[in-house]
Ligand binder design. Structure first.
Ligand code: NDP
Ligand code: X2W
Length: 336
């Protein structure tokens, strides 16, 4: 299958380009940036020299001629672009009959209201919100495999939902709001320069209190209220979440362990039991590491992912694999 990547010079786009280029059944057909990009016509491997020889593709401007090329040559279009750009681009490629995998948050939420509140823009294509499959690979495989538009799950939500859905499905959660404290490396903020993500400025600080756009994403796809606070840390990649859960009265450690067995056979999920996960354990890896410790009815769940792999490009590739009807971890395990 032929894949094109829009936004290939960005962190998630370049990561996805390298996965596609190494995949046994995919061809990286072309890489695009915006029409006026400062990087247009450079080689992707000029920006990412670690991929010299693998990603020597030119970064082509997304011109009218590019749309014609994509219509003629692509099977799958991956949007590694900002939310509003994705909302604008996705319908154009869907109209060409392409399958679209969007790594932005542009199609993950239920309604236009949420976009106004949490993203700060009115959604231009709200009817597509009901057609998009939520790309949380381990939990929504059937819908992902059939959809023309896949809204690949957000980075923080991927860590949170894989850790909490087993407890929710087993009916172990008390009604209280779940508290999620998360820390992300700086690549989570994208490649574009800004003072807040300047290497010399970043230490460790919370942001987005009460209003981060991943709050509604987690709540909608978990079906439970959460209080989510992200932090920015001074390391390049990875997300670690510490999650405070109140269990229903009388829930035993055996019931909690049993609930997590729903994920026991998943190749990209590592259940650590009571061991402590870490950024070091997941950086540049395609996995979610999940661990937990319980005291009475209080449960602390810990979850770690690489934001660019399981939190973006890795999960996008899982969704592409599902669309092709092959094992979802193809090209991810033993291949990085
Ligand atoms: N970084 C992360 O950890 C994660 C990111 N995501 C999501 O993935 C998307 C991309 O994120 P990230 O890789 O960090 O972003 P970056 O800022 O690193 O990259 C954005 C890319 O989009 C290109 N671009 C910008 N405007 C246009 C346009 N109009 N047409 C075509 N290309 C355009 C940029 O190139 P240029 O400006 O030169 O044209 C660049 O290649 C975002 O929606 C983000 O929320 C999701 C999960 C995790
Ligand atoms: C550290 C940092 O800034 N992280 C980003 C989240 C990563 C991302 O791009 O968000 P999606 O997963 O929704 O696409 C943020 O908080 O906005």
């Amino acid at each position: 299958m032929n894949v094109v990547i829009i936004g290939a010079s960005g962190y998630s786009g370049a990561e996805l380009a390298s996965l596609v280029a190494k995949h046994p059944q995919l061809t990286l057909k072309a890489c695009y940036v915006s029409e006026g990009s400062l990087d247009k016509n450079k080689c992707l491997s000029d920006l990412y020299p670690e991929h010299l020889g693998l990603l020597d593709h030119p970064l082509q401007p997304l011109t009218a001629a590019a749309y014609t090329d994509i219509e003629q040559h692509a099977d799958y279009v991956c949007l590694c672009t900002d939310h509003e750009v994705s909302v604008d681009l996705a319908p154009r490629f869907l109209a060409m009959g392409k399958k679209v995998f969007d790594l932005s948050g542009g199609f993950r939420l239920a309604g236009n209201e949420d976009y106004l509140t949490y993203y700060g823009f009115a959604h231009q294509h709200p009817t597509l919100l009901t057609q998009a499959a939520y790309g949380l690979a381990e939990w929504n495989a059937d819908a992902i495999s059939q959809a023309n538009l896949v809204a690949v799950a957000g980075c923080y939500p991927t860590a949170a939902l894989n850790s909490l859905k087993p407890l929710k499905e087993a009916g172990l959660l008390a009604e209280q709001t779940i508290i999620i404290n998360a820390v992300s490396g700086v690549t989570g903020a994208g490649r574009k320069a800004s003072v807040n993500t300047h290497f010399c400025e970043v230490s460790l600080a919370p942001y987005g209190l009460f209003n981060h756009r991943h709050t509604p994403e987690i709540e909608q796809h978990l079906g439970h209220p959460v209080l989510f606070t992200p932090h920015l840390g001074n390391f390049p990649r990875g997300i670690l979440e510490t999650i405070y859960v109140q269990l229903k009265p009388g829930v035993t450690p055996e019931q909690v362990t049993e609930a997590y067995q729903v994920l026991a056979d998943e190749p990209l999920i590592r259940l650590l039991g009571s061991k402590i996960p870490s950024i070091k354990g997941v950086a540049k890896q395609p996995y979610v590491d999940i661990a937990w410790q319980q005291k009475g009815e209080q449960l602390i769940v810990m979850s770690a992912i690489d934001n660019l792999l399981k939190g973006a490009a890795g999960q996008a590739l899982q969704c592409i694999n599902l669309a092709m009807g092959i094992p979802h971890h193809t090209g991810l395990v033993g291949a990085l």
